[in-house]
Design a protein around this ligand. Sequence first.
Ligand SMILES: Nc1nc2c(ncn2[C@@H]2O[C@H](COP(=O)(O)OP(=O)(O)OP(=O)(O)O)[C@@H](O)[C@H]2O)c(=O)[nH]1
Ligand SMILES: [Mg+2]
Length: 381
Amino acid sequence: MVFLTRMLKNGRRVRSSRGKFIDSLRIYVRGGAGGMGFPKYGGIGGKGGSVIVVAKEGVTLKSLITRNPTKRFIAENGGNSHKNRILGEPGADITIQVPPGVTVWNDFGQVLGELNTDGSSLLVANGGAGGSPLTQFNGQTAQPLSVKLDLKLIADVGLVGFPNAGKSTLLRAISRANPQVASYPFTTVMPNIGVLEYSDHRQITMADLPGLIEGAHMNIGMGHSFLKHVERTKLLLLVADIQGFQLGPQFPNRSCLDTVVLLNKELELYQDDLLDKPAMLVINKMDVTEAQFKYDEVKDKLRHLADVVGEYPEELRPERVLNFTEVIAISADKDTRGVEKLKHRIRDELDFHAALQKKDLETEVIATLRAQMNPKGPQML
Ligand SMILES: Nc1nc2c(ncn2[C@@H]2O[C@H](COP(=O)(O)OP(=O)(O)OP(=O)(O)O)[C@@H](O)[C@H]2O)c(=O)[nH]1
Ligand SMILES: [Mg+2]
């Protein structure tokens, strides 16, 4: 009985921790009304307070609604003008703290602004003007407004892979993050961010995402809407299980190479220009039996993906292939040296790309430079 209760409790805890992440939220905002003027003395009412959205590290959209379950944010009204205070007191502003990475949209699908850095702010609803001779001393009311807060995580590296490939295991091994790991697909249902720390205190952030499968663009599995979180990453880190993947007996068995091609296809279907991002490929679970044999068989193909995709049927075939700068075979679970090596490669790759970007080169020029650096295709480790 105790065991059962514990299991139920645990189950509940897992569910509640899964519900922690919210990446989109609609809220209602209204500036305060302006205070009344005072006709007898020509007094002017105070301006209504405004509603301001401010980005703050450490805040989440979930904590925002926990603190404000009504999701209504109404600023204070301006004070009326009266004989002891001819100029009415302005109403206090109200600030809404959101995590950096939030874009604010109005109901017409227009972007009101982006809050990408800690401390950046955006006025979303202005308070009404105080009553004055121009308005017959009536304070102006402010219109209520509904706005959408859409969060796209800001991480340097985004982990992309089929379910069960070992993305969360890798994040655990490479950072201090502690994401859930389990031997069934779709363990990760919400993105997690881990921080890679280097001996010189440099920090690189890595986002672990839910597994992506073929047909995700048609909402199969977890769908692919969470790919919005890789839009802002600087580097895509694809993770593929050397054993491939099979969702269940009624689903096709996909080899490691298939999964890479299919991930490429899903990324393309989500947003074609994700393929222009620098990308590295991790082949994981190299500790399992026959892994080396399988890897030897497939590594040339992974190197020349463009030549291989032609063999795939049209519905699975990407039009353009990812340009992997490196293909690294590791065991995220067991090979600490391999993971450490990967950690340094990630840093080198980010630095290389940042240096190129400083030169303000076009994406195609960067790709050409890359190709010249690696005429034989990606380096294999
Ligand atoms: N043998 C072996 N098993 C691994 C390795 N890496 C991960 N695993 C196992 O593979 C299973 C899936 O690992 P996860 O890290 O949860 O995989 P994931 O890619 O995050 O999966 P989703 O969250 O479902 O997308 C777990 O049972 C891990 O222990 C590895 O290098 N070798
Ligand atoms: Mg996971």
